[in-house]
Write a protein that binds this ligand. Structure first.
Ligand SMILES: Cc1ncc(C[n+]2csc(CCOP(=O)(O)OP(=O)(O)O)c2C)c(N)n1
Length: 674
């Protein structure tokens, strides 16, 4: 039997009981795994992902941590991490049987998606690699608060090909975060062998990001422990991150759905079975006279009993029955319909971009846990549009700082920081560049509340300038609202006046859910109005009637709400009385206000600068047709962009496409005549 003769647990600071406990937990992980696969074969558990073979790296790494204050982000194969960290076998089986009391997701996620706020284990998704940026955000939070905690994030070697891994390594290196990346290299990403997934050395990559990478035999518990101990010491002393690459092997197929005989030989599996980490530690304990037959028997019996009880009670637990809850941490109920314009607030008259800057100052003043970050937002530059000007000087570099040029990082780190207790206000420099963060917004931020059965939520307000009309061409003009309004779990708002800038920003920052705060950049300098003094809130989900009327309803937001107001007096001059509604909040939508208005006017014109096809107006038109059909005197009309990529650079081309106040007048006239 091959085991580590060079290390002794006591030299590493582990006492006899601890190393026996390490063995007990590894054995428990192995037995739970075997039972899960047996249950799956019996048709009692639908799906299983195995951990067998990985126990040494998983369990021993946890022994180097402080369970009272550190954080771990285990990936789906990390049953050993989970059990060593504090999850109980019954938790594993509740998840396997998808029961209501499954503490990780209440039966909403596949098994192995660990989560528990009390244990400081952030909910994990199935998306490979996204967790690394969450770990960065948590470590950033830990560092900002000056806590003595370490964050450990786990993943397979396959995940290191994802951009999020590289972005996380980069950010962690820049900020010298107390973060340890543990890569469990089992040689395959499903069927793809290491040689086809990783060029060169994984471990060596850490040097490129400015911190050490260490390779370790992941099947030797004490070696893993030693390497982790050193990494933890580095992290706690402020020296920054470490990458640990642990070579190991999985004994089962990738999951219960996989047939590993198609890509690896039985001989290879047998070779690795001879390096079984559980057997190795057992042999070590026997050689050091720590595992008498009697003690082994009692451990075996204890593990078997714990397992039997866990399976029995988990299988008998009630099934979940509530599929609609926890989409949002705060559900916004529709209010009474607005029937008249809101009073104009008193305050200094400013333009939209000045209002954004003023509101950000007020928000950071009011919320000491609020932070701003993004590309170019810090110090003298203060953002490419100056929205964040002087925030760093006023509130310090921990409250407003620059990020690497990596949008997935910005949102991924925001998720982690928000989960760790901050109110995060990231800036995406232009909405056109938010797409690399789509995954972090849609698969992560939006789903975290639902997938954790409401146990986690991420208060993030993503500010981003959007829209055309400024000669921004194809990549500084996009309207992105329909992508995000489509996603349950996200809220989407668009202010078009300085007063709404403040009112919506305060409501968004106060909200526990992720909010996309779209700034119509066409209006940055165009829209002027009073910036309200003192407390001013515009509730999410509340539209504004900005021009009352009786003949037709114009529904718009952003720059189009501004244009609709320019069109209104012209229409009145033509004998048509338009009611202009600035939606302000695209999700949740203020349906009662729309309904009341359309029932009054019997005609609806929707205006937006996004493409018409499957644009936001399609949803409005469908709801109006569906719910107010009997009141309509004309078809619902949309005035929006045709199906072209937004937006050509040349002025005459942009003018052909971009909606105008004159165009609104024309469409409203046609609709009024119908
Ligand atoms: C972004 C993404 N792409 C593809 C998949 C499908 N998938 C699930 S696991 C996996 C392989 C992961 O390999 P590795 O990171 O080495 O971890 P291992 O499963 O070997 O422990 C793949 C391709 C996914 N879940 N997420």
């Amino acid at each position: 039997m091959d085991f580590d003769r060079n290390l002794h647990h006591q030299d590493l600071g582990l006492d006899d009981d601890q190393v026996v406990d390490m063995y007990r937990l590894m054995l428990m992980a192995r037995r739970v795994d075997d039972r899960l696969f047996a249950l799956q074969r019996q048709g009692r558990a639908p799906f299983v992902v195995g951990s067998s073979g990985h126990e040494a790296v998983q369990v021993a790494s946890v022994f180097a941590l402080d369970k009272a204050k550190d954080w771990v982000l285990p990936y789906y194969r990390d049953m050993g991490v989970a059990l060593a960290w504090g999850f109980k076998p019954v938790d594993v089986f509740l998840a396997a049987f998808a029961k209501k009391s499954d503490p990780m997701s209440g039966g909403r996620q596949l098994p192995g998606h660990w989560s528990d706020p009390e244990l400081r284990v952030l909910t994990q998704s199935s998306v490979i690699g996204t967790q690394y940026l969450h770990a960065v955000g948590i470590a950033q939070a830990v560092k900002t608060r000056g806590e003595d905690a370490v964050v450990v994030v786990y993943g397979g070697e396959g995940s290191t090909s994802e951009g999020d891994w590289h972005e996380a390594m980069n950010w962690a290196g820049i900020h010298k975060l107390p973060l340890i990346f543990v890569i469990e290299n089992n040689g395959y990403a499903i069927s793809v062998p290491h040689s086809e997934e990783v060029a060169g050395s994984l471990t060596a990559r850490a040097a490129g990001y400015g911190f050490p990478g260490v390779e370790v035999d992941g099947n030797r518990s004490l070696r893993v422990f030693k390497v982790m101990q050193e990494a933890v010491t580095r992290a706690r002393s402020g020296e920054g991150p470490t990458l640990v690459e642990a070579e190991t092997y999985r004994y089962y197929a990738h999951t219960s759905d996989d047939n590993d005989a198609l890509y690896r030989s039985r001989e290879e599996v047998e070779t690795w079975r001879k390096r079984d980490p559980v057997a190795r530690l057992r042999q070590y304990l026997i050689e050091h006279r720590l595992l008498s037959e009697a003690r082994e028997d009692s451990i075996d019996t204890e593990v078997a009993r714990a397992l039997a009880e866990a399976v029995e009670s988990a299988e008998a637990a009630p099934d979940p029955d509530e599929a609609l809850s926890r989409v949002y941490a705060r559900v916004i109920e529709p209010g009474p319909a607005a029937t008249e314009p809101e009073p104009v607030p008193s305050g200094e008259s400013v333009n939209l971009i000045t209002a954004i800057n003023m509101a950000l100052h007020e928000v950071l003043e009011a919320y000491p846990d609020a932070v701003v970050f993004g590309e170019d937002v810090a110090r003298e530059k203060g953002g490419v549009f100056k929205a964040t000007q002087s925030l760093t000087q006023t509130f310090g570099p921990a409250r407003c700082f620059n990020t690497p040029l990596a949008e997935s990082s910005i949102i991924g780190a925001a998720v982690g920081m928000a989960a760790a207790g901050f109110r995060v206000i990231p800036e995406i420099q232009f909405a056109d560049y938010i797409h690399p963060a789509f995954d972090q917004l849609v698969s992560e931020a939006a789903r975290i509340c639902y997938r954790s059965d409401g146990r986690w939520n991420v208060p993030i307000v993503v500010r981003t300038p959007y829209g055309a009309g400024i000669h921004g061409a194809l990549y500084h003009s996009q309207s992105i609202e329909s992508f995000y309004a489509h996603i349950p779990g996200l809220k989407v708002v668009v202010p078009s006046t300085p007063a709404d800038v403040k009112g919506l920003l305060f409501s968004a920052v106060d909200d526990p859910d992720p909010v996309i705060y779209l700034e119509p950049k066409k209006l940055y300098r165009l829209a002027k109005g009073p910036y309200p003094e003192g407390e001013h809130l515009v509730p999410l989900g509340r539209a504004a009637i900005t021009h009352p009327g009786t003949d037709l309803t114009i529904l718009a937001y952003g720059a189009m709400a501004y244009f609709a107001l320019e069109a209104a007096p012209v229409l009145e001059g033509l004998g048509i009385s338009p009611e202009v509604i600035d939606l302000r909040s695209l999700k949740p939508l203020d349906w009662p206000t729309i309904e009341e208005s359309v029932k009054k006017t019997s005609r609806a014109l929707i205006v937006h600068e996004d493409n018409e096809f499957v644009g936001y107006g399609a949803e409005l038109a469908a709801q109006i047709a569906d719910k107010t059909f009997e009141w309509l005197d004309a078809p619902v009309r949309r005035y929006a962009l045709p199906d072209v990529p937004i937006m050509p650079y040349a002025g005459p081309l942009e003018a052909q496409l971009y909606p105008t106040p004159e165009g609104i007048v024309r469409h409203a006239q046609e609709l009024a005549k119908y």
